[in-house]
Design a protein around this ligand. Sequence first.
Ligand code: SF4
Length: 446
Amino acid sequence: MDAGSLAVNEREKSIIVKGKQKKQLVCDTDSAAGCVSQRACVYCGARVVLNPVTDALHLVHGPIGCASYTWDIRGSLSSGSELYRSSFSTDLQEEDIIFGGEKKLARAIDELVLKHHPPLVFVYSTCIVGVIGDDLEAVCKAAAQRHNIQVIPVQSSGFIGNKSAGYRAACNALLRLMGPEPTPTRNLNSINYLGDFNLAGEAWIISNYLRQMGLEVNVTFTGDSRYETLIKAPRASLNIVQCAGSMHYLAQKMRELYGIPYLNVSFLGVLDTTASLRMIAEHFGGSGIKQKTEELIKTETDKVIPLINGYRGNLQGRKAAVYVGGGFKAISLIKQFREIGIDVVMIGTQTGRQSEYETINDLVDEGTVVLDDANPSELERFMVEKGAHLLVGGVKERPLAYKLGAAFIDHNHDRKHPLSGYEGAVNFAREVYSTVCSPVWKYLKA
Ligand code: SF4
């Protein structure tokens, strides 16, 4: 990498080209000063993890902008309450910043609890609350006693780190909800599914597979979860972890506290879905479960492979750039693109870990650019240099792709179509085909 050509030289250590450098990519650190990082903030990291808890009241203690930025931030579906789709804020003003916002927060909790009667309130701390030092812990404790419900502070103020710190703050809030004691009874064949946010009903697709295998999902963290289901999480006999970036910490803590083992899984793409289902069946071991799993895999793959191969014929030889939140998704996407004949030429994440980048590096072809915590100018530069035909990313990357005249695939938490499991793999192939092969690209001016 030619550091001189990067806007900020410090970024050089977080970008490698496979085959050209032997150095280890630097990741999981705070963003370089002076870069407009694509990463979300600490509070946003916490909010995206907790937002799908459907019957919780989500109260943002901060200026109105923090709440509006994350309003209904996920495409998570609910089978019950819709309370989670509202964003409540204490709307801190100049006077509150000077004299403190604790009284305003206490009043807001009282008013909202009387109006909505939630069983649970999450109170999120934002940047300014970290600066003025409001005591969220004390305000939430007093409110919990007044209303006899759980009022949990989420310690997600800015300056405590990056988006990963927000994930940890959310996991700590969930751990408080479950309590420190292991449960005396365990449900055999019962699974907690960590790191699925039920975007467009994805958690329901996977729960349905597991049911067909003879297993039961105890609770999903946090897609379509409720207070009552979350507190029963320690009863499961296995945790499966999909979004490891946000939920690895929770899985480790649950193993420590409640003795629940965990497996890392991915239900993105045919290959990873099949491998994950087999891994789960292997964990439970009974021949009945294994047989049902093989039957399920055969039925589903027989159905979807001809459809995916149909799209593959039109996509062979195209090049993809990927910039997503976590490492697990990036790893699965490399394999999923191979399934449809596309090479990944640039790939990066906001919060990937060292071990995930090592796997990415093993999977990609020579010459692929791998980068952590990128900024728009880097994404633009490497997409152009590598001749990418499409970019996979989230809401912040979409305009960048279109400005470059490249196709865009939304793989973010606010999408409204399922990409998980076998049917998700077909949706993905169809979406890539319809955007990459759209006639609109003919009308681009050079
Ligand atoms: S918490 Fe801080 S960085 Fe995040 S939205 Fe609010 S002001 Fe912006």
